[in-house]
Design a protein around this ligand. Structure first.
Ligand SMILES: C[S@@+](CC[C@H](N)C(=O)[O-])C[C@H]1O[C@@H](n2cnc3c(N)ncnc32)[C@H](O)[C@@H]1O
Length: 222
């Protein structure tokens, strides 16, 4: 639902890694998009997508596509691209292999399962502005969902901004889902720092990130 919310009204959507095509089906049923390409690298997920699309009677509006990432989708007239439910590094890799996404009129809706930091750093380095962020809860786990658009202007992110999102840090300090993310990152970073220290290779940057996470928590009375 958080990803659906970030897709623009009237969009032509490419849903990459569509699996059961739930996102394009939902968006078509709610008249939020005009049409979609539902794409997946796997024959199995694409067959599941086909069943879902047929069941919904949306064969005219949702085109099925078997392919790796955005391969073969340039020229489909896509306005919004969703890449959800994959690791942040894989999402960044898919974007890096599709130069046509460097287009200011295109919106990217991205939901990394892991490594959100790598994804945010990739977007910053390549000049994609993060225009909106959402937090979502599913099966007791919290996830980042973000919308990005190309500006061509690279920008810097501090480590804590890359991990938790600049917009989240600025506006969601007291949002329960954000606090959950913050706690999760503190736990993971503490473990990382302790592991490095135990291995005899303490890392100043890792320690500094842990410190900034703890400082943020204290500063906001969390
Ligand atoms: C966990 S499912 C996510 C499904 C859906 N997008 C969601 O968020 O609920 C990940 C899907 O991504 C597909 N996938 C993995 N790597 C891919 C790639 N390079 N290109 C296209 N699809 C890929 C997998 O086959 C799988 O169906």
């Amino acid at each position: 639902m958080a990803a659906a919310d970030l897709v623009r009204q009237g969009a032509v959507l490419a849903d990459i890694g569509t699996d059961h095509a739930l996102l394009p089906v939902f968006l078509c049923q709610n008249n939020k998009i005009s049409r979609a390409v539902a794409s997946d690298i796997g024959e199995g997920p694409l067959a599941a997508a086909r069943r879902q699309v047929e069941m919904a009677g949306l064969g005219e509006k949702i085109k099925l596509h078997l392919g790796d990432g955005l391969d073969g989708l340039d020229g489909e007239g896509v306005t919004d691209v969703a890449i959800c439910g994959m690791g942040g590094e894989l999402i960044a890799d898919i974007l890096a292999r599709a130069p046509f996404v460097k287009d200011a009129s295109l919106r990217l809706v991205l939901q990394p399962m892991t490594h959100a930091r790598d994804l945010r750093e990739y977007l910053a380095r390549e000049g994609f502005a993060i225009v909106e962020e959402r937090l979502a809860l599913a099966a007791e786990k919290s996830y980042f969902v973000l919308a990005a658009e190309y500006t061509g202007v690279p920008y810097a992110l501090s480590p804590i901004e890359a991990v938790l999102g600049k917009d989240n840090l600025a506006h969601r300090a007291h949002d329960a889902l954000f606090v959950r993310m913050l706690e999760k990152e503190i736990k993971a970073q503490r473990k990382r720092c302790e592991g490095l220290r135990a291995g005899g290779v303490p890392d100043g940057e890792a320690d500094a990130l842990l410190y900034s996470l703890l400082h943020y928590k204290e500063e906001h009375g969390l």
